[in-house]
Design a protein around this ligand. Structure first.
Ligand code: ZN
Length: 297
């Protein structure tokens, strides 16, 4: 198999959808690119955010739960999610986040200066500078993420031997990997195994890896199956096709095709401005439009 080149999207569980929208749009400057429902639990929104340049590998998506089922961070989850900003922007972001009364900590988590902070629902985030300067400070995509593995050796084997990520130097208690595509997404996995987490508000549900098309997706399905992983059938997510597996450290890995893309059912310029439903739920539109909280667009 050809190596996995980049992250496709990361999906987390958060609280109130308007608080979620306000944070990612107004504080981080991302763009709401799709309002739909969770295809597996359609009474809940599924909100997708990207950057303003349609950069592939920037999509962070949320299931905003309106109950108060807080999650517990731990193994079987993706941990801190890092965004990348242009070279020379870290000072700007430190000030920007501090002005919003967020607690910001400067660490070396990703092997270089890393601003760690939490979103409005306790989801762990970070900002790291990339190597390219720009004429603004806008987020240009993911820098990478932490994986909370129950079996760091097993996770490492899948990432390097099967998925083709490059292993970088071990720093402290962490494995450090890098995807081989031009985005060079960084994956950190702590070497001591983590205690089990529980999904809920403030936790990440899964990470999706980008594959070019359906043929390659099916080849990954075979490869994972032959390597002893349980893997789902191909699921139609409308904007992409997906398979899911639970890796050896219990983190949910999705493999998702790059196409057909988010402009499948709305114009590129009006992405995210209206509730979009897949065919199978269109007949229940009225019900969802009544029950889902109105978004302050
Ligand atoms: Zn997904």
């Amino acid at each position: 198999m050809e190596a996995i080149k980049k992250i496709h999207h990361i999906t987390a569980i958060v609280g109130d959808p308007n608080e979620n929208l306000k944070f990612y749009r107004d504080v981080l400057g991302l763009r709401l690119i799709k309002q739909t429902v969770n295809f597996d639990d359609p009474g809940v929104y599924h909100l997708y955010f990207g950057d303003h340049n349609d950069t592939p590998g920037t999509v962070i998506t949320f299931f905003p739960w309106t109950n108060d089922n807080k999650g517990r961070k731990g193994s079987g989850q993706v941990g801190r999610i890092a965004f990348r900003v242009p070279k020379g922007s870290l000072g700007y972001w430190k000030e920007q986040l501090t002005t919003q009364n967020l607690k910001v900590e400067l660490t070396q988590l990703f092997g270089k200066d890393t601003l760690e902070f939490d979103d409005v629902h306790g989801l762990e985030l970070a900002i790291v500078e990339g190597n390219a300067p720009a004429d603004n400070h806008d987020i240009v995509g993911f820098h990478g993420s932490v994986l909370l593995s129950a079996n760091p050796e097993g996770t490492k084997e899948l990432l390097t031997d099967i998925m083709g990520l490059k292993q970088l130097d071990i720093k402290g208690d962490n494995y450090h990997f890098e995807t081989v595509g031009e985005e060079k997404h960084h994956i950190i996995s702590s070497i001591p195994p983590q205690a089990a987490g529980r999904f809920g508000i403030g936790t990440v549900h899964h990470i999706a890896w980008s594959v070019p098309d359906l043929d390659v997706l099916k080849a990954w399905q075979d490869t994972l199956h032959e390597s002893g992983f349980g893997v789902t059938e191909v699921r139609d997510r409308n904007y992409f096709k997906s398979i899911y597996t639970s890796e050896k450290g219990n983190v949910v890995f999705e493999f998702a095709t790059d196409g057909p893309g988010f402009d499948l059912d709305e114009d590129k310029n009006s992405l995210g401005t209206a509730l979009k439903l897949p065919e199978q739920y269109e007949h229940r539109r009225e019900e969802y439009e009544t029950s889902l909280p109105k978004l302050d667009l």
